[in-house]
Design a protein around this ligand. Structure first.
Ligand code: NOJ
Ligand code: NOJ
Length: 707
């Protein structure tokens, strides 16, 4: 190899290394969601594998059958994916799925979507090969990584598979049978009825979701099985996970799942908590979970608003209100994962067959707050409107890979802007001008600014006056070069970050993007990931202007050991400091401090423990029992909804229980409190309870309320 080729190879290698080491900062990513079975058939050898023969429909007319898409197919389309500027792919659950027809008869119903696992230790034969080996997955990961693209695996560990036909929930450990719905001597499943009340916290976590055999994560065998399985995907190169149905998995246990993932290697986790919008009765539970567990969430609140506004004709104020509410409640709101289409909803073009609206919604998504997801095929204007385009008709076959569509070009431009202007990944969100059809908003991260103007009206232009911006005085061209009708803007000097823009008319269905990037003169912090972890865990702080020379990261007054330092990304080891909530402080080599960012230091790695308190009376409707205690995992004796652990569950009233994740090996003090409907707090009497958490497995502790 010539030295030039060598240095090129080295540079490419270092580039990939940098990309990978930043896995914990996902804010710069643009995610492309692929329903693996419906994307591209890269290998016909796995279309109809012998162990699950007959689930494939080569005619692609039965929407509930496998259609041939696979991991090799995604790999073969890597240039297409990369050319769109996206930097991460979210693929269907990849574990070995149910092998039998789930509809006892015809038409066939197959787990082509991946949400009916049978063996979490293996790769599905329709997606890989008939030995359920890792080969195809490894090949895909390598191809993605060498193109600077991260791989996000959909991870559905609430359940195994359908309990009333096919394999009846049967679960295997690397080929060895563990249990099924009717043969479960060790209690690996919950065996409760289907969830009927989606506002009942107990039913949500312990009942059955749509007939899907519900895993008992508090069983130590299942606990270690699921954690070992997800670690296997990590060791095979999965960079991140989309956690399916997190509202239905035991909430406390999920904290320990996240912790075990982060202990294994850098990652990013976001979960499906449907519906975490501000009007949901369990909204407080939804954001409490995101703020404490280390698991971010798919942003259903914004999803609803964007669909209402761009597909329906609702006013832009609906989007504006959704973002404001969420930004108040979600501590790391820039980590929310935003989307308007998904494999579970009819596509935007089904709701409103208007490509302009699709472009406008796409431009909005890629420039507004959060990490955007593009559903495969939106860039090709795919939709099938059978049955209003609902599941499975939204899981359209990817019939074209045209790189010249406006949508494909638009995604590429804005994904590129996300890399070059940190306002999109790390910035705040501010509305600058609003009426029912026009939304002008600004993203700002220190002196990096992106100003976006959208008029969604299909025929009416609007005169815009009185627009202010943080863009410095000067003239700006449309970053989209007129792709969606945009034009230049002139800004004159004002004061207090409010510089007047010239008046203009924003024509019908127009999007304009104006932006400015400044050189950082001091360190600017935009991200921390993970957001929780114990001493010894690896954490990444990202932003800009950190300088080339190593500086420091402080938790309280304790400096962390620095693992790597660059101008934009610093990796450190959580130092041995007392557990609690910190404002992590980065300083450059000269000692100049950046803005701080919140990080929670746990006491030790987490073990799931189920607490039961018997006979906690009296309580009346709206009162709840909570758990509180002596470490951050127990809320440090907090007595509010947000700080204490709970609400506890009372299917056996007046006994209450709850699973929580506690520090391995630690001896903790705890008590139970009643938080009444009116907020009044009543402590149980007596001295504190004490418990020593096991160092492995799962724990159980039962006490009686002390009168
Ligand atoms: C939500 C997924 O997104 C959906 O497609 C799936 O069927 C259910 N969870 C059950 O896993
Ligand atoms: C105050 C409570 O009143 C008491 O009951 C509890 O034991 C302590 N907090 C925790 O030490």
């Amino acid at each position: 190899m010539t030295s030039r080729r060598f240095s090129f190879a080295l540079a490419a290698f270092l580039f990939v290394l940098t990309q990978l080491s930043a896995a914990q900062d996902f804010k710069k990513q643009v995610i492309y969601q692929i329903v693996t079975d419906r994307f591209f058939d890269g290998s016909t050898a796995n279309d109809n594998p012998s162990q699950s023969a007959g689930l494939f429909d080569s005619t692609q007319t039965n929407w509930y059958a496998y259609w041939g898409g696979d991991l090799a197919g995604i790999q073969q389309k890597m240039a297409y994916i990369k050319g769109m500027g996206v930097t991460a792919i979210w693929i269907s659950p990849t574990v070995d799925n149910e092998n039998l027809n789930m509809n006892s008869g015809t038409p066939i119903s197959a787990p082509y979507h991946g949400y009916d696992a049978r063996d979490f230790m293996k790769v599905e034969e329709h997606f890989g090969d008939s030995s359920n080996s890792w080969t195809a997955f490894t090949n895909l990961v390598n191809a993605a990584h060498s193109n600077g693209i991260k791989v996000i695996v959909d991870w559905a560990n609430n359940h195994s598979n359908y309990n009333a036909s096919g394999e009846y929930g049967a679960l295997y450990n690397n080929g060895t049978f563990m249990a099924s719905d009717s043969n479960d001597p060790n209690g690996y499943f919950h065996h409760n009825p289907n969830i009927s009340d989606y506002n009942d916290r107990y039913q949500l976590q312990y009942y059955t979701l749509d007939g899907l055999e519900d895993l008992n994560q508090e069983n130590s065998t299942i606990d270690s099985y699921l954690k070992t399985a997800i670690h296997q995907f990590q060791s095979h190169g999965a960079d991140a996970f989309r956690l399916d149905a997190i509202k239905h998995v035991t909430w406390g246990w999920e904290y320990s799942l996240a912790n075990s993932v982060f202990n294994q290697s850098p990652s990013f986790l976001y979960g499906e908590w449907y519906n975490n919008n501000q009007y949901d009765p369990l909204y407080r539970d939804a954001y409490k979970f995101a703020n404490k567990s280390g698991i971010s969430e798919l942003d259903f609140g914004l999803n609803t608003a964007v669909r209402d506004v761009f597909a329906g004709n609702n006013n832009f104020s609906e989007i504006d209100g959704a973002i404001s509410a969420e930004n108040l409640n979600f501590t790391w709101n820039n980590d929310l994962v935003t989307f308007f289409d998904s494999h579970d909803e009819s596509r935007l073009l089904t709701l409103n067959n208007n490509n302009n609206r699709l472009h406008e919604a796409t431009a909005f998504l890629l420039t507004s707050r959060g990490i955007p997801v593009i559903l495969y095929g939106d860039e090709q204007y795919l939709h099938n409107d059978t049955n209003s385009g609902n599941d499975p008709y939204n899981r359209v076959w990817m019939s074209s890979f045209n790189t010249s569509t406006t949508a494909y070009q638009l995604i590429d431009k804005l994904a590129t802007l996300r890399q070059s202007n940190d306002a999109l990944a790390y910035g705040g969100f501010q509305q600058r001008w609003l009426n029912s059809d026009v939304y002008i908003y600004e993203r700002q991260f220190f002196n990096d600014v992106v100003l976006v103007a959208i008029n969604k009206n299909d025929s009416t232009g609007y005169a815009i006056s009185g627009l202010y911006t943080a863009l410095p005085a000067g003239t700006y061209t449309d970053y989209l070069s007129g792709l969606l009708g945009g034009f230049g803007l002139t800004v004159t000097a004002g004061s207090g970050g409010n510089n007047p823009a010239n008046n203009f008319t924003l024509p019908a269905h127009t999007v304009a993007v104006w932006q400015s990037v400044a050189t950082a003169t001091s360190p600017e912090v935009g991200s921390i990931g993970p957001t929780v972890g114990q001493p010894g865990m690896t954490v990444t702080i990202a932003g800009k202007g950190f300088g080339a020379a190593t500086g420091s990261v402080l938790l309280g007054s304790t400096a962390a050991a620095i693992q790597s330092w660059s101008d934009t990304s610093v990796t450190f080891t959580v130092p041995s400091v007392a557990n609690g909530i910190y404002q992590a402080q980065l300083k450059n080599n000269a000692g100049t401090a950046a803005n701080t960012i919140q990080f929670t230091v746990l006491t030790a790695q987490l073990i799931p423990v189920t607490f039961t308190v018997n006979n906690a009376t009296p309580t009346s409707s709206g009162d709840y029992i909570f758990l509180t205690g002596s470490s951050i995992e127990l809320g440090n004796w907090g007595t509010t909804f947000d700080t204490a652990v709970g609400p506890m569950l009372d299917p056996n009233y007046p006994n209450w229980f709850l699973n929580a994740s506690l520090p391995a090996g630690a001896t903790v003090q705890f008590k139970f409190i009643k938080i009444a409907a009116n907020g009044t707090v009543t402590w149980e009497n007596g001295s504190n309870h004490q418990y020593t958490v096991p160092t492995t497995g799962t724990g159980f502790v039962t006490v009686s309320w002390q009168y």
